[in-house]
Ligand binder design. Structure first.
Ligand code: ADP
Ligand code: MG
Length: 591
């Protein structure tokens, strides 16, 4: 006989494998249940990264004692009765297989008081159900999971170190907490409170969570809203002054569920468009609320995938909300957007009349300046303003020639005059009969890129930098550590999944953590590693758009830029705009 029915426990464990992979998956499912039970305060704790114990306490409505023996049965759920219910899901859970799966691979105890009545509890030990007994919390539910995968050594072997597992569990909690700002969440690891989030607004919850790992200036985070027919959008996202070199902080939620939907992550980056330099990504927490009849989460047990019937429409709306509202939020960019839509390349330059931060002219009209194209300027004041600007700049330039001999001399040698910075983004220089606008961030990136390629100044680290990797990267590094060695980065394997950097070129100083996180997620070929790593490094060490640059820095940057053969950044974008004197003369109808 070749075909046999699986032993029920074996079948149960196979099914469990899809839902429960590690302590963080247990936390995810228990959190969902607590949220569905209407808990206002949720405390999750792990001992030894959850390998020893995971505990979740909530103050939700609790479980009726008669239901306790059913909880760990397959497809036991109070949330779906009929097939049709699947299309109106408002709860996190609906498949009724989480507790069943957890019970198959650990010893689980569920203790609960239903609406404040006498508490009861049940224990299921690796699929073996015990009797219901009195005892438990006075309100809500407490679920305790011990010895996860203890009877499945093959699975336990796939787990990481306890500290890493604890970090993953914490991330799951934070991810959920972002969607439920009006509820309190606490995370405890080995008896130490690691996260304590109090009820607050949506924006503040995002700030509270981000501030656990970094300093964020609240004013750099914006709130966007939009609504269209059967869905609405809400986002907390960064102004272009703040960005990062990866997409890890673009998070999409659909009906409060965090999902992995690349096309919507892309919609966010499209929305920012040119506001961020290549290789820079925003922080964006996007919450999409969609009519439940248009959504299907029932694709994968972990519910991280979703089918959206109106995805194209949502995609479009996300791009337009971000593109429109982010620009509007930055005073500097407003005019550019209003006027230069179809205007020639020159348009922004015409606007760079003495701007608000330089000098205020009494009676200066705020608002629109017509973009002069072929016809004569409509605004009679415009010509006067342009003249003042040019004179102002010349004065500024000549003034500094007097006071700042060294730099003047260097500029002479290079045959350019540095005129100043525009929009906190462009360095403006005059060289012979051309005016140059140089994107400072992209230019600096490119220069660093070149410097990095020469892999100068490799330094032996006094204290090696240790880090852990996933199984696939571990295998990759074993084979390909030479790829890094050729770039001046020396790697050594100290233990299973554990690596360290023992030497590193000086240029990577202060951004070691970015280098490490790059290594942790890369398995590409030598060329990909080279390009990717340089871009990451350049991105982090380079001056950002929005940084103000001092004269010395600007001149040294421009000197190097003018020495380049081909001014494109490591992402392939060009970063120099040249405006010929003739074109400019023509624009003001002078010949
Ligand atoms: P699902 O959440 O998909 O229904 P689960 O296996 O996660 O399936 O849970 C089974 C049932 O147990 C739920 O439908 C719910 O009725 C009950 N339950 C689980 N956890 C809790 C809790 N913390 N508070 C109240 N009820 C709970
Ligand atoms: Mg559930």
């Amino acid at each position: 006989m070749k075909i046999q029915l699986l032993d029920p426990l074996v079948a149960q464990r196979i099914a469990a494998g899809e839902v429960i992979e590690r302590p963080a998956s247990v936390i995810r499912e228990l959190l969902d249940n607590a949220l569905d039970a209407g808990a206002k305060t949720i405390v999750a704790s792990v001992t030894d990264g959850g390998l020893e114990e995971i505990k979740l306490i909530d103050d939700g409505e609790g479980i009726e004692p008669e239901d306790l023996p059913l909880l760990c049965e397959s497809h036991a759920t109070s949330k779906v009765r009929e097939l049709d219910d699947l299309y109106h899901i408002k709860s996190m859970g609906f498949r009724g297989e989480a507790l069943y799966s957890i019970a198959a691979v650990s010893k689980i105890t569920i203790a609960s008081s239903f609406q404040g009545q006498d508490p009861y509890q049940i224990t299921v030990d690796n699929g073996r159900k015990e009797a219901v007994l009195p005892g438990g919390p006075r309100i809500g539910t407490m679920v305790t999971v011990q010895g996860l995968f203890k009877e499945l050594p093959a699975r336990r072997q796939f787990l990481k170190r306890p500290s890493t597992e604890a970090t993953m569990a914490r991330s799951v909690l934070l991810e959920k907490a972002l969607a439920y700002p009006e509820r309190a969440f606490r995370f405890i690891s080995d008896q130490t409170v690691r996260v304590d989030l109090v009820p607050t607004t949506r924006k503040q919850r995002v700030l509270d969570v981000l501030s656990l790992n970094q300093n964020i200036i609240p004013s750099e985070m914006l709130e966007l809203y939009d609504t269209a027919g059967r869905f609405d959008l809400y986002a907390v996202c960064s102004s272009p002054a703040l960005s990062r070199s990866d997409r890890s902080h673009i998070k999409i939620y659909v009906n409060n569920r965090p999902i992995d939907e690349y096309s919507l992550v892309q919609a966010v980056t499209y929305g920012y468009g040119e506001l961020l330099a290549g290789g820079s990504f925003p922080y964006c927490y996007l919450f999409i609320n969609v009519d439940p009849t248009l959504v299907d989460f029932n694709i994968h047990p972990t519910k991280r995938e979703v089918k959206l019937r109106n995805k194209a429409e949502i995609h479009h709306q996300v791009v337009s909300m971000i593109a429109g509202q982010i620009k509007r939020s930055i005073p500097r960019l407003v005019k550019q957007e209003m006027e230069s839509e179809d205007a020639p390349l020159l348009a922004p330059l015409y606007e760079s009349r003495p701007a608000a931060h330089q000098s205020h002219h009494a009676g200066e009209r705020p608002g629109r300046y017509e973009t002069p194209s072929q016809k004569a300027p409509l605004d009679s004041e415009w010509f006067q303003k342009a003249k003042e600007l040019l004179e102002g700049n010349r004065m500024q330039a000549s003034r500094s020639t007097e006071t700042d001999d060294v730099w003047a001399q260097q500029e002479d040698e290079q045959e350019f005059v540095y005129l100043g910075q525009a929009f906190n983004l462009f360095l403006v220089a005059q060289k012979q009969d051309d005016l140059f606008l140089v994107d400072q961030h992209a230019a600096h990136e490119r220069l660093i890129f070149d410097e990095v390629r020469q892999k100068k100044h490799v330094q032996q680290l006094m204290i090696p930098l240790s880090f852990e990797v996933e199984r696939d990267v571990d295998a990759y590094l074993l084979e390909s550590q030479d790829v890094y060695l050729n770039l001046g980065i020396k790697l050594e394997r100290t233990d299973d999944l554990l690596w360290q950097i023992t030497s590193l070129p000086a240029l990577y100083r202060n951004i070691e953590s970015h280098v490490i996180s790059f290594i942790q997620k890369t398995t590409g070929d030598a060329q990909e590693v080279e390009k990717g790593l340089y871009a990451v490094v350049a991105c982090h060490a380079a001056i950002k758009a929005g940084d103000s640059v001092d004269r010395m820095m600007a001149v040294s940057l421009l000197t190097k830029v003018f020495a380049l053969d081909e001014p494109t950044c490591p992402h392939g974008r060009t970063f120099v705009v040249r405006l010929g004197k003739n074109e400019l003369m023509k624009a003001v109808q002078r010949t």
